[in-house]
Write a protein that binds this ligand. Structure first.
Ligand code: SAM
Length: 215
C-alpha cells in the first residue's frame, strides 16, 4: 500500500532537489518548469485568451514553444515575444515557429518596453507576462518597474522562481523574486491583485506569491 502522508512541500523539495525540472521537455525541447505550473498557465491562457505573451528568459526555448503552441490553439493570432541576453542554445523548432519573436537584449533594456508597446498596438488584447530570467531581487524588481509602462488592467503577470531562498528550496541563495515582489508591493500596493487561489491549485508552485493580475 502506498504512503499517503507526503505533503505538497515534501513533493516540492523532491521535485526541485532531484533537478527533474532540468529534464522537463516540451515537444522535445527543455523547459525549466514545474509541470503543474505549466498546466496552470494553460488554464490561465484559456481564460485570458491573450493576443500576446511576453517571456523574459528564453534559454532553450521550450517554454516559448509551449506558450506559442498552447496560446495559438486558443487564439490563432497570438504572438510570443521572448527576451534573453543570448539565444545561442535555442532549439531549431523554436526558430521555425511562426509566432515566436526572439529579442536578444537584457529584459530591463528600455527597448523591450518599446517593442512590447509596438506589438500591443498591432495586436490589441490581453497580455500574459512571465519573468524567468536573472532571478536576483534587483533584476526582477527592475523588470517589474519596466513593465509598469506597458501593463494594462486585466493583464496577467507571473513572476517565477520565488520558491528559491528558502521558500522552500535553496535556502541561503540570497534575495530573489519573492523579495522583489514584496519590495514592488510596498512601492505600488495597488498595482496587482495576487491570485492566491490559482497559485494554490496544484499544491505547490515554483512561483509563490507570483501569480499577479493587473488591477
Ligand atoms: C531559467 S532560464 C529560462 C528558462 C526558460 N524560460 C524555460 O522555462 O525553459 C534563464 C534565462 O535568463 C537569461 N538571462 C539572464 N540574465 C538576463 C537578462 N538580464 N535579461 C534577459 N535574460 C537574461 C539567461 O541567459 C537564461 O537563458
Amino acid at each position: 500500500m502506498s504512503d499517503n502522508n507526503h505533503s505538497p512541500n515534501e513533493y516540492h523539495q523532491w521535485y526541485y532537489n532531484t533537478e527533474v525540472w532540468l529534464d522537463v521537455r516540451y515537444l522535445g525541447v527543455p523547459c525549466y518548469k514545474s509541470v503543474s505550473d505549466m498546466w496552470n498557465y494553460q488554464e490561465i491562457l484559456q481564460e485570458l485568451r491573450p493576443s500576446l505573451i511576453v517571456e523574459f528568459g528564453t534559454r532553450f526555448g521550450g517554454s516559448a514553444l509551449f506558450f506559442s503552441v498552447t496560446g495559438r490553439a486558443i487564439n490563432p493570432d497570438l504572438k510570443v515575444l521572448s527576451v534573453d541576453i543570448g539565444h545561442e542554445d535555442v532549439d531549431a523548432r523554436v526558430y521555425q515557429d511562426p509566432a515566436i519573436y526572439l529579442q536578444t537584449s537584457s529584459s530591463t533594456d528600455p527597448a523591450v518596453a518599446l517593442r512590447i508597446q509596438s506589438m500591443r498596438a498591432h495586436a490589441p488584447g490581453p497580455v500574459f507576462f512571465i519573468l524567468d530570467s536573472d532571478h536576483r531581487k534587483e533584476h526582477v524588481l527592475a523588470e517589474m518597474e519596466l513593465l509598469r509602462s506597458v501593463v494594462m488592467s486585466g493583464d496577467y503577470l507571473v513572476v517565477e522562481d520565488g520558491n528559491i531562498n528558502g521558500n522552500p528550496v535553496l535556502p541561503g541563495w540570497g534575495e530573489g523574486p519573492s523579495e522583489a515582489i514584496r519590495a514592488y508591493q510596498e512601492r505600488y500596493p495597488d498595482d496587482y491583485h495576487v491570485d492566491t487561489e490559482r497559485e494554490a491549485k496544484f499544491g505547490f508552485t515554483f512561483s509563490p506569491g507570483g501569480f499577479l493580475i493587473k488591477r
